[in-house]
Design a protein around this ligand. Structure first.
Ligand code: ATP
Length: 234
């Protein structure tokens, strides 16, 4: 479904991604793990078109993404939940969800999808009229995910959904990611919380200073000595 080949990305003179190759197959949850500054967010931003590779290709269902605008990438079925949520704080929960559907014209379907989001996240329904800036961190994460789902993505890109959340909320968010995946959305998950990410993913890639150093089935990586030592605290 998504194929990256030899992707190189620079910030000025900084070579942030050094020849990344990876793929995500339809129906999978794939996770990209690695420590601070490894290039995880850079990878997601490059897939969603916010950054451009200097070299390499990114294909989604056969179509080249590297020459088209971020908005067109959303239309092709890729939606990103950015690190730090970035909900529109002075708008209500409902208005944020409606904005997630800004490229769509099918009003009746949009209404149905808002209800689907409320079923996944009952908390959002309770708070639909509340200004998003006054939501808790966990609720903002739910809203950012719900907003991303409103574009009916085939592939959902999640950047550090666990960031800053209490363990119980992390569990809840991760189980919702599994639910979203079961209803047919493929997921690419970037996480520093390798333990949680590997527990729900089918496959994983380990990124270190801009390079993929390990990849494989998530359960196999979780039990590998190398990964345990570097990312799972022993
Ligand atoms: P984190 O989990 O801390 O967000 P990450 O794995 O997502 O880490 P990136 O944010 O992708 O890492 O950063 C990869 C490298 O690129 C880092 O060395 C970082 O300092 C650098 N970098 C990121 N954004 C910029 C920028 N806007 N300008 C210059 N360098 C940047």
């Amino acid at each position: 479904m998504l194929v990256l080949e030899n992707v190189n990305v620079y910030y000025g003179a900084i070579h942030a991604l050094k020849g990344i190759s990876m793929e995500v197959n339809e129906g999978e949850i794939v996770t990209l793990i690695g420590s601070n500054g490894a290039g995880k967010s850079t990878s997601l931003k490059t897939i969603s078109g916010l950054l451009r590779p200097k070299e390499g290709t990114i294909k989604f269902n056969g179509a080249d993404l590297t020459q088209i605008q971020p908005q067109a990438i959303v239309s092709q079925g890729i939606s990103q939940v950015p690190e730090g949520r970035h909900v529109f704080t002075n708008m209500t929960v409902l208005e944020n969800l409606e904005l997630g559907a800004y490229l769509r014209k099918d009003k009746a379907e949009i209404k149905k999808d808002i209800e689907k989001v409320y079923t996944l996240f009952p908390r959002l329904k309770e708070r639909k009229g509340q200004l998003s800036g006054t939501l808790s961190g966990g609720e903002q994460q739910m809203l950012a995910m719900g907003r991303a789902l409103m574009s009916q993505p085939k592939l959902l890109l999640l950047d550090e959904p666990s960031m800053g959340l209490a363990p119980i909320l992390v569990k809840q968010i991760f189980s919702i990611i599994q639910e979203i995946n079961k209803t047919g959305t493929t997921v690419l998950l970037v996480e520093q919380n390798a333990h949680m990410a590997l527990s729900i993913a089918d496959r994983a890639y380990v990124l270190e200073t801009g390079k993929i150093v390990l990849s494989g089935k998530a359960n196999e990586l979780a039990s590998s000595k190398e990964v345990q030592k570097a990312y799972l605290g022993g």
